[in-house]
Design a protein around this ligand. Structure first.
Ligand code: HEC
Length: 214
C-alpha cells in the first residue's frame, strides 16, 4: 500500500539517485588533456624511449609509439577500454615489471584523453585573447560574480548579471581594481581566489577598448 510515508521515502530515494547520477556525469566530463603537452610526454618517458617503443627496434613486435599517427594504431577514440594503449597499461602488462611504471594520474590522463576522442591537440592552455562582451566577458561574470551581484543580492549595489550593471560598476571606477586586487579595493571575487591572469587581461583589454556591448 502506498501511504504518505512510503511516498516520502520514494521521493527522497529518487532525489538521492538524481544527485548521484549528476555527480557521475560531472565526473565523466572531467578534464580534457592535451596530446602534445600532456599525453605524449608520458608515452615518450614510459614507453617510447631508446631500446623500447621509440621506432628504432629491430623486433617488429616492439611497436613505434613515438608519434601521434603510430600511437593511434592502438587507440579507439572515445573508448579507452577498447584501446590497447590503455588496456596494456591498465592491466599492468606494460611497461614491463622491471621498468618505470605510470602512476595513477598518468594513467588517468591517458584514459581521459582517449575518452575525450583522442585528438591531436596542442597548445590547449593558451590564453584566449578574445574579449568580446557576450561570449567572453559576461560568461566570466556569470561564473565568478553573479552569485553575489544579481538583481536581488547586489554586493556594494552592483548587479553584474547584465551589461548595464557591469558598465555602471566600471563607470564608478571600482571594477578593474577589485578584480586585479589592487590596494584600496575590496578583492574580488570575494573570498574565492582571483581570476586567472589571462581572464584579467581579457577584461582589461575590453575596458580599454571602451567596453563595447558586442
Ligand atoms: C561571495 C560573494 C561575492 C562574489 C563572488 C563577488 N563579490 Fe563583489 N562584492 C561582494 C560584497 C558583499 C561586496 C561589498 C563589500 C565589499 O566591498 O567587500 C562586493 C563589492 C564589490 C565591488 C566594490 C569593491 C570596492 O572596493 O569598492 C566590486 C567592484 C565588486 N564587488 C565586483 C565583483 C566582481 C567583478 C566579481 C567577480 C569577479 C565579484 N565582485 C564577486 C560580494 C561578492
Amino acid at each position: 500500500m502506498l501511504n504518505k510515508f512510503s511516498v516520502l521515502v520514494l521521493v527522497v530515494m529518487i532525489t538521492v539517485l538524481a544527485i548521484s547520477f549528476n555527480a557521475c556525469t560531472y565526473d565523466v566530463a572531467a578534464p580534457n588533456y592535451c596530446f602534445q603537452e600532456e599525453v605524449l610526454p608520458i608515452i615518450v618517458s614510459k614507453c617510447a624511449y631508446t631500446g623500447c617503443h621509440d621506432g628504432s627496434s629491430q623486433d617488429e613486435d616492439v611497436q613505434d609509439l613515438s608519434t601521434y599517427n603510430n600511437i593511434m594504431k592502438f587507440v579507439t577514440p572515445g573508448k579507452p577500454f577498447q584501446s590497447e594503449l590503455y588496456t596494456e597499461i591498465h592491466s599492468g602488462e606494460m611497461p614491463p615489471e622491471d621498468k618505470s611504471q605510470l602512476d595513477k594520474l598518468q594513467k588517468d590522463i591517458i584514459k581521459n584523453w582517449i575518452a575525450s576522442g583522442a585528438p591531436n591537440s596542442s597548445n590547449c592552455n593558451a590564453c584566449d585573447t578574445n574579449y568580446n562582451y557576450a561570449n567572453r566577458i559576461q560568461p566570466l561574470m556569470d561564473k565568478w560574480c553573479v552569485s553575489c551581484h544579481n538583481s536581488t543580492t547586489a554586493g556594494a549595489g552592483y548587479d553584474l548579471s547584465n551589461y548595464n550593471g557591469v558598465k555602471q560598476c566600471i563607470i564608478d571606477g571600482r571594477f578593474l581594481g577589485s578584480i586585479q586586487q589592487s590596494a584600496g579595493y575590496s578583492p574580488m571575487p570575494k573570498a574565492s581566489g582571483s581570476l586567472s591572469t589571462c581572464d584579467q587581461t581579457a577584461i582589461q583589454k575590453w575596458i580599454q577598448a571602451g567596453y563595447p556591448n558586442n
